[in-house]
Each structure stands twice: as structure tokens, then as C-alpha cells.
Design a protein around this ligand. Structure first.
Ligand SMILES: [Zn+2]
Length: 319
């Protein structure tokens, strides 16, 4: 943390509640990583003790189970812990989760993650997708100002599936037909100039599919820039979205200095470059990888701290 950021951070100490102050003191005085893991997990429930099922606050303490505080909710008379209702519930070896978060932060392959945490590769694999579940959901829900959208393609892959719907291709291989074919999975990426980022795996790149994805996230006064494909044009017209179509094929990359899709294209090339290490990802997990990468891009202040990754994986406090 740079000195200015630290000053700002320290200034917020005044606003802590008594409970938060105590938690901060505990965290500063105890460098034990095992405890750090548990504290991060328990913090999700914190002093509100809100029930993940009925949302009532103020649950009572009800002993310990699996190393976690158990709570009992009076209104619904059910017990829960800090992980109930999350994708991380009932995963074992919590003491290694922070180390695993470090591995996510480093963007490691399954083999490297397994080695780092000294767990079986099948465990590392299971953890990856459980950890990343919350990342899948964490995407921008509104783009404003000038937004850029473009589609990109990933080779379809049945990696890890025993029964292949069609003959296997060489790992990380090339599509048998050039350009768009049934073997290419389309992904829509949209970003505004504030870095708000949305992406989604599409069923097709026709106007209907683009519209279903984009209409809910394009704000009222948002102007959309695209490469001007027929599908984007038709979608924008139908949805009444102000649209600047670049004619990339004709070499028109920027209009009036501000209308372009260079941010979204740069994002795509960083995504592709980063994905290369995985040697092709299974299509059914593509959205996990998109979420993983998005976290790097959209949480720049936090990505260096493995704790931020664990907090993200555990997901938000129940509301
Ligand atoms: Zn309840």
C-alpha cells in the first residue's frame, strides 16, 4: 500500500464499531495464517449474525462444528455457519484455503496449485470451481457513458469429460474450419470507460442473443460502440440503443477521436494471453475463467492480497 493510501486507510479507523475495532486488533496481533483463514470466514457473519435462510439478524451462538462457529436462528429454528449457502460449504482443509487463494492470485494451473497446497490435483480442481463460483456472479450490471462491446471466440472443449460428444481434438488445438464454426464458443465482452466490465458466454451472435445480454446492462444514456456487424446494428436499432458502428473492415478504428472499441479489444487480448497457460479450458467452465480474469481487471487495489480472493470466493454477506 502506498503512503497516501495508507493514510486514507488509517483515517477510517475512527469509523470502526467496537466489534470491528476488536477484530482489527486481533488481526494485527496474530500473524497465524490458519487463524487468519478462519477469521476471514467467520467475518462473513460478523456481529449481525444474519440467517442465510430467512435473513433474520441476531442468531444465537450454538457451539462449534467443523471448526466453525455454529449459530441458531430463532425465527426459523435452523442452525447455520458462516459458509452455509455458499459454494464453499462443506469443503475440507480450510487451513489451506488462504494458500489456495494465493494460487488463484498467481493464476496457477491445477498442477501448480496442487503442489503449492500439497493436496491432490482432484482436490485442487474441485476447489478451483467452488472458489470461482462467486467470481462468476461478480460482474457489472450497468454500463454508462461510452460503452464498448465486442465478441470473441474460444475453442469448444470437452476437456475433463469422459464421454465426448464428438472425437477428441489435440489439446489446445485449432478449429478444423477457419473462422466461425460450430467449434467456436462466442463470448460477449462489454466495458465502459470507467472500467465497468460485463461478459457472458453466448448461445449465438445474432441480434436476439446480443440483445438479451446487452439490453439489461446498457444504461439509459449510454452510447454503445461496436465493430458495426449486422447483428450489433440490428440489435441496437431494435433496442433503441444509441450506437456508433465502427467500420473496422474498412480501416475505420476511431470516429471523432472518442468512438472506438480499443479498450474492449485490449481487454480481450489480455484475457486470451492470460488463458494460454491453461492450454484450452473446458467450455462448461468458461464462465469461471472469465470471472477469474475479470477479478484481476476490476479489483486492481485488492488483487495483490490473497485474503481478497478468499473473501470474494466466500461471497457477500447474506442480505
Ligand atoms: Zn432463519
Amino acid at each position: 500500500m502506498n503512503p497516501v493510501e495508507f493514510q486514507k486507510w488509517l483515517a477510517q479507523v475512527d469509523d470502526l464499531t467496537t466489534y470491528q475495532r476488536q477484530r482489527a486488533l486481533d488481526a494485527l496481533s496474530d500473524p497465524d495464517p490458519k487463524r487468519a483463514n478462519h477469521e476471514i470466514i467467520e467475518e462473513r457473519i460478523a456481529d449481525e449474525r444474519r440467517c442465510p435462510r430467512c435473513s433474520a439478524p441476531g442468531a444465537t451462538l450454538n457451539g462449534m462444528a467443523d471448526g466453525l462457529q455454529r449459530y441458531r436462528c430463532k425465527p426459523c429454528d435452523r442452525t447455520f455457519n458462516a459458509l452455509t449457502g455458499t459454494s464453499m460449504a462443506r469443503l475440507r482443509k480450510k487451513e489451506k484455503w488462504l494458500e489456495y487463494s494465493e494460487s488463484l492470485k498467481e493464476g496457477e494451473t491445477i498442477a501448480k496449485a496442487a503442489e503449492r497446497c500439497n493436496v491432490d490435483p482432484t482436490t485442487a480442481f474441485r476447489w478451483r470451481h467452488r472458489f470461482l463460483k462467486a467470481f462468476v456472479e461478480d460482474k457489472s450490471t450497468k454500463l454508462s457513458g461510452i460503452a464498448e462491446a465486442d465478441e470473441t471466440f474460444f475453442l469448444e472443449s470437452f476437456k475433463g469429460q469422459r464421454k465426448l460428444p464428438r472425437p477428441a481434438r489435440k489439446r489446445g488445438g485449432k478449429a478444423s474450419k477457419p473462422g466461425l464454426s460450430v467449434e467456436q464458443i462466442p463470448v460477449l465482452i462489454a466495458r465502459d470507460r470507467n472500467g465497468e466490465t460485463f461478459d457472458v458466454v453466448l448461445k449465438g451472435i445474432d441480434a436476439k442473443n446480443l440483445g438479451d445480454a446487452l439490453k439489461p446492462i446498457i444504461g439509459k444514456d449510454t452510447l454503445l460502440c461496436t465493430d458495426g456487424s449486422k447483428a450489433f446494428k440490428a440489435m441496437a436499432k431494435e433496442a433503441g440503443i444509441p450506437h456508433q458502428a465502427l467500420n473496422i473492415k474498412a480501416g475505420v478504428r476511431v470516429k471523432e477521436k472518442i468512438f472506438h472499441i480499443q479498450n474492449v479489444n485490449a481487454y480481450d487480448s489480455r484475457l486470451k494471453g492470460w488463458m494460454r497457460r491453461f492450454n484450452g479450458v473446458a467450455t462448461r467452465y468458461l464462465d469461471s475463467y472469465l470471472g477469474w480474469r475479470r477479478f484481476f481487471e476490476c479489483h486492481k487495489d485488492e488483487v495483490h492480497n490473497p485474503k481478497s480472493w478468499l473473501i470474494e470466493a466466500i461471497g457477500p454477506v447474506p442480505k
